[in-house]
Design a protein around this ligand. Sequence first.
Ligand SMILES: Nc1ncnc2c1ncn2[C@@H]1O[C@H](COP(=O)(O)OP(=O)(O)OP(=O)(O)O)[C@@H](O)[C@H]1O
Ligand SMILES: [Mg+2]
Length: 322
Amino acid sequence: MNNTILQVSELKTYFFTRIGVVKAVDGVSFGLRKGECLCLVGESGCGKTATALSILRLVDSPPGRIVGGEIQYHAEDLLRSPVSRLRRIRGNRIAMIFQDPQSSLNPVFTVGDQIMEPIRLHMKLGRRQARDRALHLMEQVGIPQAKERMKYYPHQFSGGMKQRVMIAAALSCDPEILIADEPTTALDTTIKAQILDIFRDLKQKKDMSILFITHDLGTVAGIADRIIVMYGGRIAEAGSVLDIFDQPKHPYTRGLLNCLPAISERREKLSPIPGVIPSLIDPPEGCIFYPRCQQRMPVCQQKRPEEFVISGKHIAACYLYA
Ligand SMILES: Nc1ncnc2c1ncn2[C@@H]1O[C@H](COP(=O)(O)OP(=O)(O)OP(=O)(O)O)[C@@H](O)[C@H]1O
Ligand SMILES: [Mg+2]
């Protein structure tokens, strides 16, 4: 049975800047199923945040614009829905934890008020009930002395606690889909583990679908059901967590895995991928990984590789598998 609740098809999001058109997302397709955690992984600048923001049509415009594709959520295409409809979906049915907590928590309101706001707006609860719910959520994400801390302002929280506030706010309306953009980056290891536990719980107990975004492949091993590896605004490889960790196919995925300390101890020595991340302005005709690829062939420079099926849902955009 196909229980895909969000289907992104051929998404293209470009930024029209003074120095050229940045093809931040250039033909990306994937489905998110009910109750799964899908991880979007790739180096800085590969288009992860632009993909996430496109789903809720929150890309800065100008300079950004979604120039193509479809985002099917149940029976509607979010790219063609009226803005009033999107406002009802955002923060309510599809919630997002933004990459930068500093910029998404308002410094002049208490965190309690900020968690209560979407509850009152979308769930139409009174102040008292909204406060009870906010308190419950803060406790659920492990904020100690939650009752007292509801009255705090964001600057009175540490980074890890702020991250929890963001999660509580995102969960306020019991969303069907949670998009979490680097929710654990910049946190120390123990706090990171606690936050990942919260996500695992949400998935299991609430059957929530999570789109988890990180540049760190190491983080996703314990939480992902499926992984999409992005490179230069495109999908390089996608598959189950086992496919990606045990049978990586794309030279870029293999390169990323070789940069993971725990894994490369067992394999060869830790080796960074040579070369630099490509400019997304005027990307080359062929494979965008070509200049850095150790296994490149003449065909790779001529034509962009399609997504070749390895087996089942395991795909790689690489001519080695044509
Ligand atoms: N407002 C903007 N104006 C111009 N270019 C932008 C803008 N936002 C993003 N970009 C460009 O789009 C590309 C993708 O950016 P994006 O933020 O999606 O990357 P990312 O994968 O989330 O990276 P990171 O891991 O650093 O968060 C980059 O080349 C970036 O420079
Ligand atoms: Mg980002």
